[in-house]
Design a protein around this ligand. Sequence first.
Ligand SMILES: Nc1ncnc2c1ncn2[C@@H]1O[C@H](COP(=O)(O)OP(=O)(O)OP(=O)(O)O)[C@@H](O)[C@H]1O
Length: 353
Amino acid sequence: MGTPVQSYHRTIENDHTRSLAIEATNLGLTYSNGTEAVTDISLEIPTGEVFGFLGANGAGKTTTIKMLTTLLQPTAGQVTVNGYDIRTESTAVRESIGYMAQETSIDPSLTVRENLRFACRAYGVPSAERAAQIDDLLALVDLSAKTDDRARTLSGGQKKRLDATMALVHKPPIIFLDEPTTGLDPQARTRLWEYFRTINRRGTTIFLTTQYLEEADALCSDLAVIFDGEIVASGAPTDLKAQVGGDVLEITLADQSDTAVEHAKAVIEGSEVMDEIETVQPTEDGLSVTSAHARRIGIDLLVGLTEVGITITGFNIRSPTLDDVFLALTDEGVSDPRDENLRSFSYHTKERQ
Ligand SMILES: Nc1ncnc2c1ncn2[C@@H]1O[C@H](COP(=O)(O)OP(=O)(O)OP(=O)(O)O)[C@@H](O)[C@H]1O
């Protein structure tokens, strides 16, 4: 039988003695309608880490997080969270984690403080400690001035911050964040990242799902890329970005015919800076070029193209995205990164049973 957790303080003490916050082995879930949402996922996440679970819509991120938080029973595999088995010690798992779901858990008709009081009651925080804990968390996420405001009057970013604190009232050693910044503007997103960093510095392990490589890069020490229910790559964000080959130059051409795009591609491939370029790929409206020195060589490329009479109508340099990672995982940029022609770096493949 499972080990009962005496109190939320006890849970935290226990965690200090454990080196792995999450350990999943051959985890799988097939929904009752036959959808194989997660297949054979294995993870080892050390205590204190910010771990990123990166994937597109429908990849299986939420299904995985729901298994790790005991909301769904896996159909295959084993998982321990904080050392507790999710099947046989689910109460202990639930008491030792916080979970910020994609859907907000805030009651818009209650004030900010009332929402947090509700969360304290739900998580069994001793009443004598509630007021101090609420004040501390509101200060942490800069919402002290909003304490008595109705939650419905908060901005999108403020609501997300409140939602995150509601998952933290019982001081869990691990917090699960399911796409916490989706729908936020860049400024609100960056601000939320700062709070997550602070929470992590206070000792909380973070398991974060995201569709944004930029977010994983900003926050995570380690990440796994999930595609169609399977982990297809893992490693440090810098390794994944290196796989992409650096930043991405997007060049929009006035003439977007196949011949014109091929001509522009040939000009770039014949240029002096080609040895600093990782890939040159046709896009919908021109070409994309990846290079570790994209910002430096960009102007050279523009000048070179213009000199041979090619008209450029748009030019943009950006950080790589998840799509770029998928593109780089397959030399040809096909949509399924499990296909053949894979590059070797940390690419995981398995035999399907
Ligand atoms: N309750 C369910 N019953 C059947 N299939 C489901 C159920 N929930 C999710 N799925 C399917 O399982 C797969 C994985 O879904 P999941 O929600 O885990 O993906 P996700 O990576 O979290 O996506 P998103 O970024 O859109 O939230 C999808 O094909 C989805 O349609």
